[in-house]
Design a protein around this ligand. Structure first.
Ligand code: NAD
Length: 327
């Protein structure tokens, strides 16, 4: 079957190989595809892999040969899964590949806010320490994490991995999740959402983007937070009302933010967070360690192989029936 990868560049900018996918069938890999390029490029494809290129109802209907859509990510909101379902096209995702990497970048942001190591190292490089009258100096408050309370919203895979790291730093962990947790790790405590906002020194978001969680960080909730608190968002940009967060940072009503995601990616140059006080933004890189991308690519290829074997795995749109020729 013909395979088309619509936007392979971010997963594999050159340090991984498509060889195992190419072994499964004729394969065209595009670095990226503009919306108007999708149909011409994929018109003969039976298998499409997409990371962030949107497959709308209209586009799916224009691809009559299409039998399978593989999403090169966990979140699959870029594919209209109902239209795919109506056409008996299974849509698969990669449910877990980067849990440890995402939890790790939470601490990259948190340690940056606590020490501003890069800033201080830069001042040393520019000669300030050599001409300092004292044996040390610092420009920002230096914060010990031990004893602080981390409030985690969304206590799933990444939330729990983050909790484990927080406990290792000697922090207290409270969490809020809509689902009743199957187990609560020692040292963690369930809390109401208001408690999380009022008592946390650090709030870290790990819930998915849904109609309930959109702008879960808003003006009212930011006002409930401690003036010394930090917000970390490595989950999805639209969880945050960005104007409200920028105002809270600029008014010093919270102390700082570390963000790996924004509501629009890449962001508009007028996004108020780009210039907000003590706000550090990374360009959606939590998932992108080499180890995590290797796992992602392997599972995405395994998903295609399982489909070709007539036993699709990681299907997110409930398609069980498979066209005869794939059995
Ligand atoms: P998961 O499904 O294991 O956990 C999500 C948790 O959120 C679940 O326990 C769920 O019950 C909870 N939840 C759902 N709705 C909620 C609500 N309204 N309030 C509170 N909790 C709620 O998912 P995961 O693997 O831990 O991933 C979490 C999120 O991380 C993903 O949804 C994704 O947006 C994000 N992510 C980001 C990157 C990145 O590169 N920045 C990479 C991978 C995942």
């Amino acid at each position: 079957m013909n395979i088309v990868v619509l936007d392979g560049y971010t997963l594999n900018p050159g340090d991984l190989t498509w060889k195992d996918l190419e072994a499964l069938g004729p394969c065209a890999v595009y670095d990226r595809s503009a919306p108007e390029e999708v149909v011409p490029r994929a018109k003969d494809a039976e298998i499409i892999l997409t990371n962030k290129t949107v497959l709308s109802p209209d586009i799916i209907k224009k691809l009559p040969k299409l039998k399978y859509i593989g999403v090169l990510a966990t979140g699959y909101n870029i594919v209209d899964i109902e239209t795919a379902h109506d056409k008996d096209i299974p849509v698969t995702n990669v449910p877990t590949y980067g849990t440890q990497s995402v939890a790790q970048i939470v601490f990259a942001h948190l340690l940056n806010l606590a020490h501003h190591a890069a800033h201080h190292a830069q001042t040393v490089k520019s000669g300030r320490w050599t001409s300092s009258p004292d044996f040390c100096y610092w420009d920002t408050p230096l914060i010990e994490l031990a004893g602080l309370t981390m409030g985690i919203i969304g206590f799933g895979r990444i939330g729990r991995a983050t909790a484990k790291l927080a406990l290792a730093f000697g922090m207290n962990v409270i969490f809020y999740d809509i689902a009743k947790p199957s187990s609560i790790p020692e040292g963690c405590q369930s809390a109401g959402l208001d408690d999380i906002f009022q008592t946390s020194d650090i709030i870290s978001l790990h819930c998915p983007l849904t109609s309930d969680t959109k702008k879960i960080i808003n003006k009212e909730r930011l006002e409930m937070m401690k003036k010394t608190a930090f917000l970390i968002n490595t989950s999805r940009g639209p969880l945050v009302d960005e104007q409200a967060l920028a105002e809270a940072l600029n008014n010093e009503s919270i102390a700082g933010a570390g963000l790996d995601v924004l509501s629009e990616e890449p962001p508009d140059e007028n996004n108020p967070l780009l210039t907000a006080r003590n706000c550090y933004i990374t360009p959606h890189i939590a998932w992108a360690t080499l180890a995590a991308r290797k796992r992602l690519l392997q599972v995405a290829i395994d998903n295609v192989a399982s489909f070709l074997d007539g036993k699709p795995q990681n299907v997110v749109n409930g398609v069980k029936f498979l066209p005869d020729e794939t059995k």
